[in-house]
Design a protein around this ligand. Structure first.
Ligand SMILES: *Cc1c(COP(=O)(O)O)cnc(C)c1O
Length: 404
């Protein structure tokens, strides 16, 4: 796409993060990327436009020259797509209005081939679980553990879906092993939590890498988006689905996401270092029953409290009690009440989402300020350590509730 990019010269991720998708700017006499808000584009040559529309409709390949209409493509969003594909190490990326719009497009792309069966591993983000389980798109799902994937695959299986680390327990799967078990069925890995800074699933055999760009890619809690990184063949189908169904990313969001990518490596590394320190402190805190933190690292921490998790949420002052994640400031939420509320209680529990679990997205504040706030919030919910069992598979039903 960009003439100056020479794929034979490999560049480090931090370099790509600030340069990918911007290679033509100097030639254009620009430093910041231009923001193109056009919904339509003039053309005096109707025959040529007809040919370009035919080309897009039959192949899904990106149009050469200006878009015809903003639902086909947008030059600002295309810069974000180019950059994200480079970071994930895929041919292409296709951006959508949200993470859920991106997952919807993937499911529709597979269903259009008659492949409506999905094999999936819990836990997934609550709404992803709901979209698969409720059958809104005619999807039929078989839930299994990673070891059961090969056996669960049927002739009409269009997709295998995993999240690693998973929302909200931070459970990980061996992506390479899972990709092998999938055979010729495409594996989708939701890489929202790890980001390409910590993990590039395509290198381990995932054909489809999904992000809620709303989280770390944007990184400032002010832009909603989704993106699928994949090979160009699948990207072409996704572009056709996006054109037909309209879940496009707004160009201003594309602009903000490209800007967010530039600082992604430093944000993720800094927040991860703070998260790792908080994990060390939580692990020895008598008020904490269990800490979840993935091998791959990252800025997400989950922990189970002996006391009442609602008291902890009500007790934070610096940390923001809110759903979502991946912003510059630290957020905490109670998955059983909020992010995974839509998943049936039994399914939630069997996926390891205890009623005592809290999920924290660590931001860029100073670690001592965060610890001071967290420890005072935990004190708002006195631990009953004498009675509470410290086992790995506590279910909330077995735990005595701390008195209020
Ligand atoms: C938030 C989230 C989604 C959904 O993304 P939206 O941008 O909110 O639509 C999907 N997967 C994971 C892991 C998430 O955290």
């Amino acid at each position: 796409m960009y003439m100056d990019y020479d794929a034979s010269t490999p560049r480090a991720l931090a370099t790509e993060a600030v340069h990918a998708g911007r290679e033509d700017l100097a030639e254009l006499g620009l430093h910041a990327p231009p923001l193109d808000l056009s919904t339509t584009y003039p053309s005096y040559d109707t025959r040529a436009e007809a040919a370009r529309i035919d080309e897009f409709a039959t192949t899904g390949a990106r149009l050469e020259g200006p878009p015809v209409y903003a639902r086909l493509d947008n030059p600002t969003t295309a810069r974000f797509e180019t950059a994200l594909a480079r970071l994930e190490g895929t041919d292409s990326a296709v951006a959508f209005a949200s993470g859920m719009a991106a997952l919807t497009a993937v499911l529709l792309a597979r269903a259009s081939l008659g492949l409506r069966h999905v094999v999936a591993v819990r836990p997934l983000y609550g709404c992803s679980d709901h979209l698969l389980n409720a059958g809104l798109l005619g999807t039929e799902v078989t839930w299994t553990d990673p070891a059961g994937i090969a056996e669960a695959i049927r002739p009409d299986t269009g997709l295998v879906m995993v999240e690693s680390p998973a929302n909200p327990t931070l459970a990980e799967v061996d992506i390479r092993a899972v990709a092998h078990a999938c055979g010729s069925v495409p594996l989708l890995v939701d890489n929202t939590f790890a980001t390409p800074v910590l993990q590039r699933p395509a290198e381990d055999g995932a054909r489809i890498v999904l992000h809620s760009a709303t989280k770390y890619l944007g990184g400032h809690g002010d832009v909603m988006g989704g993106v699928v990184a994949c090979d160009e063949e699948f990207a072409r189908v996704l572009r056709q689905v996006r054109f037909a169904t309209g879940g496009v990313l707004h160009p201003l969001a594309g602009y903000l996401l490209l800007r967010g990518l530039a600082t992604l490596p430093v944000r993720v590394r800094a927040a991860s270092a703070t998260a790792a320190e908080l994990v060390r402190r939580l692990a020895t805190d008598p008020r904490i029953a269990r800490v979840h933190y993935p091998r791959v690292g990252g800025a997400m921490v989950s922990f189970e409290v002996y006391g009442d998790p609602h008291d902890v949420i009500a007790g934070v002052r610096l940390i923001t009690p809110a759903v979502s994640l991946g912003s510059v400031d630290t957020l905490i939420q109670h998955p059983a009440s909020i992010s995974h509320r839509i998943v049936a209680e039994g399914d939630r529990r069997s996926a390891g989402v205890s009623d005592r679990l809290l999920r924290m997205s660590v931001g860029l504040e100073d670690v001592e300020d965060l610890w001071r706030d967290l420890t005072q919030a935990l004190s708002a919910s006195p631990a009953d350590t004498a009675r509470a069992p410290r086992t790995a598979d506590d279910s909330a039903a077995e735990l005595p509730r701390a008195g209020r």
